[in-house]
Design a protein around this ligand. Structure first.
Ligand SMILES: [Zn+2]
Ligand SMILES: [Zn+2]
Length: 246
């Protein structure tokens, strides 16, 4: 049987701590300081064994693409997935939806989660419901409306908001009505000045086919990430075998 190849991905981070938060105002022009902060964050995540990290500031796609450019320009050993955390509303309640690969912002606080899933797909993006447990009593309603709209994933582990039991919705094969729905994990990590606390400490191993099929990584990007991963694992094995006495 062919071994499934996986990459560990942190699907939810705010490395610029929403310095780009815009809500209809133009995002400001990235500075050298932004590039340094992003690079430091990405290197720290790579050092913790993360293969890919999604950058998902609130309602603003700019920092995700900026992070991807920085990673490519500086040849950082990590794959960046550009994303955004959309603020949607239903019954006056704010619901966060993670979207990946969106080129333009969607207006915050105007779409329902179901509408947002549709808009994300129309624009070629991928939609994942963020920390569903935070939606309290509305959770079953929100989750089922998003699943019906074609939701691609559910964030079942979130460092800031805890775990979410998805078993009432998905079967053992992570299927909803015969369709695979990815269970994701995210650190929801926010930049706190100069202090880095376990960025990328929360990740999930994702089959590379899923990433390519959803357009979150090109086959070439996957190849590079897999060889970095193999290299790292080789080094770790060597370190494990090394004699421990002096
Ligand atoms: Zn959130
Ligand atoms: Zn967040």
């Amino acid at each position: 049987m062919k071994k499934v190849q996986v990459l560990s991905v942190d699907f939810h981070t705010h490395p610029l701590a929403d310095r780009y938060y815009c809500s209809f105002t133009s995002p400001r022009v990235p500075t050298e300081r932004d590039a340094e902060d992003i690079a430091e964050f990405l290197v720290a995540a790579a050092e913790r064994g993360i293969d890919a990290v999604a950058v998902t500031d609130h309602d603003c796609v700019a920092s995700g693409w900026f992070a991807k450019r920085v990673a490519e320009r500086c040849k950082l050993p990590i794959l960046v997935i550009p994303g955004v955390e959309l603020t949607t509303v239903v019954g006056g309640w704010r619901v966060h939806l993670l979207a990946y690969n969106l080129k333009e912002d969607l207006p915050p606080c105007t779409l329902t989660p179901r509408e947002a899933v549709g808009e994300v797909h129309v624009r070629g993006g991928v939609a994942v419901l963020a920390h569903p447990g935070r939606n309290g009593l509305l959770t079953p309603f929100i989750l089922s409306m998003c699943l019906r709209a074609g939701l691609d994933g559910i964030e079942t582990r979130n460092w800031m908001n805890g775990d979410f039991d998805v078993s009432p919705w998905l079967n053992g094969a992570s299927e909803w009505c015969g369709r695979f729905v990815l269970q994701t994990a995210g650190s929801d990590w926010h930049w706190k000045g100069a202090s880095l606390f376990s960025p990328g400490g929360f990740s999930v191993e994702v089959p590379v086919e899923w990433l390519v099929e959803k357009g979150l990584a090109t086959p070439e990007e996957v190849e590079r990430a897999l060889s970095r991963r193999a290299e790292r694992q080789k080094k770790l094995q060597k370190a494990r075998r090394a004699p421990r006495h002096l």
